[in-house]
Design a protein around this ligand. Structure first.
Ligand code: FBP
Length: 286
């Protein structure tokens, strides 16, 4: 597969080409496997299958040095030395059971994994919604494509987070939210201009924020101070897309992209959205 001269574009093009196939391959793979991922969650058959498909294809691109995924413990090392790709092959795969939105999230780093978000050179996600789209950030620009049968066509060439926040969605069990976060949510909910949008797949909920403005969070919880989402596969790529679109990300204290990771599978409290809402969140959690 290494025909694309630019390895970063090669990775993006390969994920775009694979998306229709992944979508089609979900049929008949909606059950659970008998395996757990490195975070201790039971994997769906589709999680394992999509991970293997992407690992095979992405590791055969010239210029890809490493492949890591939420669905496997170890990083795959390749012979090349340039770019390291971190993937959540199917974010929100519990939505397979109910046939709701989910996606594929990817980050392309120019440092060995685990790497900080400041080492990202591109990141994006595929959304398996009523239609399949890819939203992808590179060099400070976010582009949205529709994907049909391996073809990519631009639908928006400079995606930005809308100025007036409209939607909010917060994950984790409400009784496990911290007092500071609960207070913040009350303030967000009390604004008549805001409305709830929560679908149980981070990527669908983040896409609502990118489309309408607002905030998505999977915060620190009383029983899980690092939240649920993984820094390398979900936190960094989503923070990179949202910041490239003019929004902000935070772990509650600073930009997600400033975190120095110590483990490929480490978790991070994730808050992304309009800058003013993230600033208020940081004040509320201080
Ligand atoms: P997966 O990557 O294993 O699918 O988990 C991530 C996720 O599904 C997010 O997409 C979503 O925001 C969150 O977990 C929902 O978790 P919960 O159902 O535990 O609130």
């Amino acid at each position: 597969m290494g025909s694309d001269a630019d390895p970063v574009e090669g990775v993006v093009a390969t994920i775009a080409r694979s998306a229709s196939e992944i979508r089609q391959g979900l049929v008949g793979r909606r059950g659970k496997s008998d395996r757990e991922n490195p975070s201790g969650e039971t994997q769906a058959e589709a999680d394992v299958w999509a991970d293997e498909l992407l690992a095979d294809r992405l590791t055969s691109i010239d210029g890809v040095a490493q492949y890591a995924s939420e669905e496997r413990s170890d990083v795959i090392d390749c012979e090349d030395t340039a770019y390291c790709v971190a993937v959540d092959p199917l974010d929100g795969s519990s939505n397979l059971t109910s046939n709701n939105t989910m996606g594929t999230v990817f980050g392309i780093y120019d440092e060995p994994l685990p790497a900080p978000g400041s080492a990202l050179v591109a990141a994006g996600f595929v959304l398996y919604g009523p239609i399949t789209t890819m939203t992808y950030a590179r060099d400070g620009t976010v582009t949205k494509y529709e994907l049909t049968g391996g073809e990519r066509s631009i639908v928006e060439s400079n995606v930005t987070v809308p100025d007036d926040p409209l939607v909010y969605g917060f994950g984790g069990r409400v009784p496990h939210w911290t007092d500071g976060f609960r207070e913040y949510v009350r303030e967000i909910e009390s604004n008549p201009d805001h409305k709830l949008r929560y679908g149980g797949a981070m990527i669908g909920d983040v896409n609502q924020v990118l489309t309408y403005g607002g905030i998505f969070a999977y915060p620190a919880l009383e029983d899980s101070p690092r939240g649920k989402l993984r820094l390398q596969f979900e936190g960094n790529p989503i923070a990179y897309v949202i910041e490239s679109a003019g929004g902000r990300s935070s772990d509650g204290d600073r930009s997600i992209l400033e975190i120095e990771p110590t483990d490929v599978h480490e978790r991070v409290p994730l808050h992304v959205g309009n800058a003013e809402l993230i600033e208020r969140l940081e004040d509320a959690l201080a």
